[in-house]
Ligand binder design. Structure first.
Ligand code: NAD
Ligand code: IPM
Ligand code: MN
Length: 367
């Protein structure tokens, strides 16, 4: 049997820097754990625009559709700010998500003990935190029609449309309930049913799906109150399910509960393919971080943990995923810190590749 295929799209800015560390970790699993992948690499975002004049070529799109899993770094950067909207780097990522139909975006926020002091919130608020945000990823205001900038009278109007069908709500709700069943059996759904019809429908459909999961304690919260509760006492949550835009905001907020945006991985999952694996793309929650790109300062942990999610959700290697997560926990406990994990502390940070070295050492020690 051939090895499972992994398409790597490093992208822009710190994307290629953090992905270089993940490549070493993938090789480690091949050498030391007999987990070989057919790894290939391609362009996305600004890098693809520079090469082909489009942020994702049709060929790359087809390769992503055929891969057992896709691993992406980050896209975007100031160099591309003035490009026409249709060819901006972010459009490449959105095309991947849409055409692969990756409707369930899993964004776990876990606070490692070693970083509990480092969050901008009090230690007892975040210590031991382990929540999962399930963000709907292929619909809502990101994709709704009509959209655009039009002339109206003597001025222009910017238009985007929040739109959800019942089936779109139902499938992401089901993913969230399934996850809740495997975790703490608590699900909080967030929308704004007080002001948006799409929120009214969202609440109704999630409640209906909940009837199939009587063991899961379901609650509903307006997303603005949810943001407040996430900072007040985040440990009240287990799984959160929310729409595309609210999920984008709430997951960046959740990132800071864990200490740094450089810590948060994600999995974007679609329906199962013929081989039973879900269509899947794994990527850190953070972006291309233009302010630190090219300086070896980026924290590779979010991207490393995204590969751990690939091991768990695409390759049925939960044990090896846990090994990698444990290695990350170990290096943090040992005090290894990239700059984002030091803040105003006077200590000298380690570099992106030194963090990769430390994780590889911890992996070796795990054997
Ligand atoms: P960003 O996530 O790139 O950066 C926000 C802040 O977090 C910056 O100060 C950055 O230095 C820091 N940061 C992010 N990741 C880090 C890491 N791994 N290690 C250390 N520090 C890290 O968000 P932004 O500045 O708003 O966006 C920059 C570009 O990235 C934009 O073009 C945006 O559209 C794009 N973006 C892409 C993705 C993606 O590819 N999935 C996600 C978010 C933003
Ligand atoms: C994310 C990013 C993307 C989003 C952008 C880059 C398209 O912010 O993955 O969180 O808004 O979904
Ligand atoms: Mn975002």
């Amino acid at each position: 049997m051939s090895n499972p295929s992994l398409l790597i799209l490093p992208g822009d800015g710190i994307g290629p820097e953090v992905m270089a560390e993940v490549r070493r970790i993938i090789d480690w699993f091949g050498d030391k754990r007999g987990l070989a992948f057919d790894v290939s690499e391609d362009l996305v975002g600004g890098a693809a625009y520079d090469a082909h004049g489009a942020p994702l070529s049709d060929e790359t799109m087809a390769r992503a559709q055929d891969a057992d899993a896709v691993l992406l770094g980050a896209v975007g950067g100031p160099k591309y700010d003035t490009l026409d909207f249709s060819v901006k780097p972010e459009r490449g990522l959105l095309r991947l998500r849409k055409e692969m139909d990756l409707f369930a975006n899993l964004r776990p926020a876990q606070c490692f003990d070693a970083l509990a002091d480092f969050s901008s919130l009090k230690k007892d608020v975040v210590a031991g935190l382990d929540i999962m945000i399930v963000r709907e990823l292929t619909s809502g205001v990101y994709f709704g029609e009509p959209r655009g900038i039009i002339e109206e009278g003597n001025e222009r109007v910017g238009i985007n449309t929040q739109r959800y069908t019942e089936s779109e709500i139902e499938r992401v709700a089901r993913s969230a309930f399934e996850l809740a069943m495997k975790r703490g059996k608590k699900l909080c759904s967030m929308e704004k049913a007080n002001v948006m019809e799409s929120g009214v429908l969202w609440r109704e459909v999630v409640t209906r799906v909940g009837q199939d999961y009587p063991e899961v304690e379901l609650s509903h919260m307006y997303a603005d109150a949810g943001a407040m509760q996430l900072t007040r006492w985040p440990k009240q949550f287990d799984v959160i399910v929310t729409d595309n835009l609210f999920g984008d905001l709430l997951s960046d907020l959740a990132a800071m509960l864990t200490g740094s945006l450089g810590m948060l991985p994600s999995a974007s999952l679609g329906a199962p393919m013929a081989n039973g694996r879900p269509k899947a793309l794994y990527e850190p929650v953070h972006g291309s971080a233009p302010d630190i790109a090219g300086q070896g300062k980026a924290n590779p942990i979010a991207c490393i943990l995204s590969f751990a999610m690939a091991l768990r959700y695409s390759f049925d290697q939960g044990g090896e995923a846990a090994r990698l997560e444990k290695a990350v926990e170990t290096v943090l406990a040992q005090g290894h810190r990239t700059a984002d994990l030091l803040g105003e502390e006077g200590r000298a940070p380690i570099s992106t590749s030194q963090m990769g070295d430390a994780v590889l050492e911890a992996l070796d020690a795990s054997l």
